[in-house]
Design a protein around this ligand. Structure first.
Ligand SMILES: [Zn+2]
Length: 388
């Protein structure tokens, strides 16, 4: 009994000593790992700053393997994979992060957001949409909705796009009214293609509710009215458009003239088109004028097509106006008209008479032996652009 006790007295300090040494060894190893992980990390950072991305990734992978708990390094690595187009690896890194039980809510949302971006870049739009949907109610809520809106627009899923625009509008992050009106316009045209007139009319009504002064719903409504034979209603809608978006008039000028003639309002329409012509001359208005002239009873002093074309060409020397003059019966002795045609052709030719560097596309009115844009030698061909 005494003998045993003696051994115990000697053994206890020895065992304690061994334990202490073992613990010191552990701490030493841990400290070494702690020193090495930042070392690999800084190595990676240094390589990154020197634009040596391949080696930087190797260093970061090493650092992550040494210390699998570092979330920041995972994020850095995942983003780098995505930027280099290695989407599969980026997805793996971010999914690995999401699987970790110890990840906080903020980092979880961040990883989910990064994953969604990976899917967008990889062109996997369905999975991207799913990943963004998981971000609802997190700090990335608005960003996710915006991303889902543009994804829906990209895949022409107008119903989802309209829903997203509507929800963004109600969240007070800005006005999505015009975008929403476009979505409903697309849905209306889609319904028309599917021979669903009721659906088309309903979608159009929603488009006009979303943005009452937006031009596109007005134009679609006017075309529908004209098609159904209600020229007066169509004319009213075009007149409304003219009040809110006069600059868009060239797009509908010919339609406007046609419904005005049908509604017996050609005279008033002529005055309107003339007024617009003075503010914003255009061949589209010239064509509308020609339609209205054709419907008017023969009047003394009304300019003919050639004179109208010449008047346009004089204020707007474009090739289209010159073409209109040449298309109209022309008095060959009308020298001022010919002078205007010459001026329009000369103006249009000027852009085509330049020289273009074959290396960088720099354009100049004269030939250069050394390109002022990219400083390459002998990259200007001897031919002008129009001769190429
Ligand atoms: Zn060049």
């Amino acid at each position: 009994m005494e003998f045993d006790l003696q051994w115990l007295l000697i053994g206890l300090p020895i065992a304690f000593g061994f334990g202490w040494i073992a613990s010191r060894l552990d701490i030493g190893q841990w400290k070494r790992a702690q020193r090495e992980a930042p070392k690999a990390y800084f190595q990676g950072l240094n390589l990154l700053l020197n634009e040596q991305h391949d080696k930087a990734i190797d260093a970061f992978i090493e650092a992550v393997q040494r210390d699998p708990d570092t979330t920041e390094l995972h994020f850095a690595l995942g983003n780098m994979f995505r930027r280099r187009g290695e989407f599969e690896r980026a997805v793996r890194v971010h999914q690995h992060l999401l699987q970790r039980a110890d990840l906080g809510a903020a980092d979880r949302a961040r990883a989910q957001h990064a994953l969604a971006q990976d899917f967008v870049k990889a062109g996997l739009l369905d999975r991207a949409d799913e990943a963004y949907r998981a971000l609802e109610g997190t700090g990335y809520d608005i960003e996710a909705k915006l991303a889902r809106l543009s994804l829906a627009e990209r895949s022409r899923d107008w119903r989802t796009a309209a829903e997203m625009a509507h929800r963004l509008e109600s969240s007070g992050t800005g006005s999505y009214a015009n975008r929403l009106a476009h979505h409903w316009c697309e849905l209306s045209l889609q319904a028309d293609d599917n021979s669903d007139p009721a659906g088309a009319a309903d979608a159009l009504r929603r488009a006009r509710d979303a943005a009452p002064h937006a031009p596109r719903p007005l134009i679609i409504a006017a075309r529908r009215a004209a098609q159904s034979g209600d020229a007066a209603a169509a004319l009213g809608l075009y007149t409304e458009l003219l009040q809110h978006a006069p600059a868009l008039f060239p797009l509908i000028a010919a339609d406007y003239a046609t419904v005005a003639i049908q509604a017996g309002q050609a005279e008033a329409a002529r005055a309107t088109v003339m007024r617009r012509m003075n503010e914003q001359p255009s061949v589209d208005l010239l064509q509308a004028m020609r339609l209205l002239d054709g419907a008017a009873p023969a009047q003394a002093g009304l300019p003919d097509a050639g004179e109208r074309a010449q008047a346009l060409l004089h204020v707007q020397p474009t090739l289209s106006a010159a073409l209109a003059v040449l298309d109209a019966p022309l008095d060959v002795h009308d020298e001022s008209a010919l002078r205007d045609v010459r001026e329009a052709v000369a103006r249009a030719a000027r852009a085509q008479q330049r020289y273009r560097c074959a290396a960088c596309g720099f354009e100049a009115p004269q030939h250069f032996w050394q390109c002022p844009g990219c400083l390459s030698w002998d990259t200007f061909p001897a031919q002008r652009i129009e001769e190429l």
